[in-house]
Design a protein around this ligand. Structure first.
Ligand SMILES: O=c1nc2n(C[C@H](O)[C@H](O)[C@H](O)CO)c3cc(O)ccc3cc-2c(=O)[nH]1
Ligand SMILES: C[C@H]1O[C@@H](n2cnc3c(N)ncnc32)[C@H](O)[C@@H]1O
Ligand code: SF4
Length: 363
């Protein structure tokens, strides 16, 4: 008998989620179909962005990371300067990009090389610098900032909200156990208690927020279920979670986890379907198409309605081995599955109101 027969799909329990994450054969097709039938329309959205890695220095050292650089590396991006950032933003404007994605290492100002450069530029710390870059973006370009830089204090996020249309940070996983494994043992900032507090603070501050989980970093199905439930709890409490990213661990040459296996396609399918079934229809479930170049269409059949940020000019610095599909290809893939591609902003429409957007945007 199917393991799914006792599941109440309207109100999924931890055990139900685990059954979905472990299901086999025709049950996989069944959960895909159920997840896809929650779709409210036939659009699949994306945000046209430019990725700006303000610093590649990071206090953490995740086993899967290909982004972080050592300050001793002569080619390291210690800190991009305002002028070069503005030049890139202006270039992005020409391509019609609407989102400035500021992704960087966490608490980089704990590193003396960054601190010295910041002080030379007249800033005391990273949050002050990020604030100024976002302000410049809003005042001098048509792009809208989305900062994804790991944890921030409540006060720093409150300040950053002024010039961020939305913010984000992956929970990665809610498991404390992973803090003792190759994935997170050198990354105090990946402590789930701290990450969950940051996501909760974003809720208290009414910041439209992007989060998600990383699949294939040594977690168990139980830990995936728990992570999704933690995100769901904060989503229900504050209503600020606009999208949940289900991101598959991807090997890049030279990372510590280079010989670690990537998740299977069916593991991704089951996880995406579980997330889609757990969250309400108005929370987007997102799978990055560049990390699933040949297989991304299958996620549309699990109900995903968003491709996330896609860039016509910058690479995905976090996943440098995974080039973006062109927008033409993305449109073809979307149409071929029976859906239509639609551009969106870095903030979803339902958050475009005074509660979520500061006056600084209304000019
Ligand atoms: O190009 C990327 N964009 C990433 N983005 C950007 C994201 O796709 C877009 O900024 C959002 O979809 C905008 O709504 C993230 C944003 C977050 O807030 C949190 C995590 C990520 C992760 C990535 C990533 O790995 N690569
Ligand atoms: C920006 C986000 O990218 C994800 N990330 C970091 N390294 C990898 C990798 N090797 N493969 C896939 N995703 C990764 C993390 O979830 C991080 O929070
Ligand atoms: S994934 Fe983010 S937090 Fe982890 S080492 Fe890389 S830059 Fe730092």
């Amino acid at each position: 008998m199917s393991n799914l027969s006792n599941i109440d799909f309207e109100n999924l329990s931890r055990n139900d989620l685990i059954s979905i994450l472990e299901c086999k054969k025709e049950d996989i097709l069944k959960i895909m179909d159920l997840a896809n039938s929650k779709r409210e329309n036939t659009f699949v959205t994306y945000s046209k962005n430019v990725f700006i890695p303000i610093t590649k220095i990071c206090k953490n050292d995740c086993g899967y990371c290909a982004f972080k650089q050592s300050p001793d590396d002569p080619d390291a991006t210690i800190l991009l300067e305002k002028e070069e950032i503005l030049a890139t933003l202006k270039e992005a404007e020409k391509y019609g990009c609407k989102e400035a994605l500021f992704t960087m290492g966490e608490d980089a100002d704990e590193e003396p090389a960054v601190k010295i450069k910041l002080e030379k530029l007249g800033y005391e710390n990273m949050p002050d610098y990020i604030y100024d870059i976002c302000k410049m973006t809003v005042e001098e370009t048509d792009l809208l900032p989305h900062t994804n830089a790991g944890n921030f204090s409540y006060e720093d996020m409150k300040k950053l909200k002024e010039y961020n249309i939305s913010m984000g940070m992956m929970l990665e996983n809610s498991s404390e156990r992973l803090m003792n494994t190759i994935a997170h043992k050198k990354s105090p900032g990946k402590d789930p208690k701290i990450r969950l507090e940051t996501i909760e603070n974003a809720g208290k501050l009414n910041i439209a927020y992007t989060t998600g989980i990383l699949i294939g970093i040594g977690e168990t199905k139980e830990e995936i279920a728990d992570s999704l439930l933690k995100i769901k709890e904060l989503c229900d409490k504050y209503g600020h979670i606009q999208e949940v990213i289900i991101q598959n661990f991807t090997v890049s040459p030279g990372i510590e986890m280079e010989s670690h296996e990537e998740p299977s396609l069916l593991d991704m399918v089951r996880t995406v379907a579980a997330a889609q079934l757990l969250f309400d229809e108005d929370v987007s479930v997102q799978v990055p198409p560049n990390l699933n170049y040949e297989t991304s269409q299958i996620f549309l059949l699990c109900g995903t309605d968003d491709w996330g940020g896609v860039s016509p000019l910058s690479e995905d610095y976090v996943n440098p081995s995974s080039p973006w599909p062109t927008l033409e290809r993305l449109e073809k893939l979307t149409n071929d599955a029976g859906y239509q591609l639609k551009e969106r902003l870095a903030i979803y429409d339902k958050y475009i109101n005074e509660k979520y957007i500061e006056k600084s945007y209304i000019n």
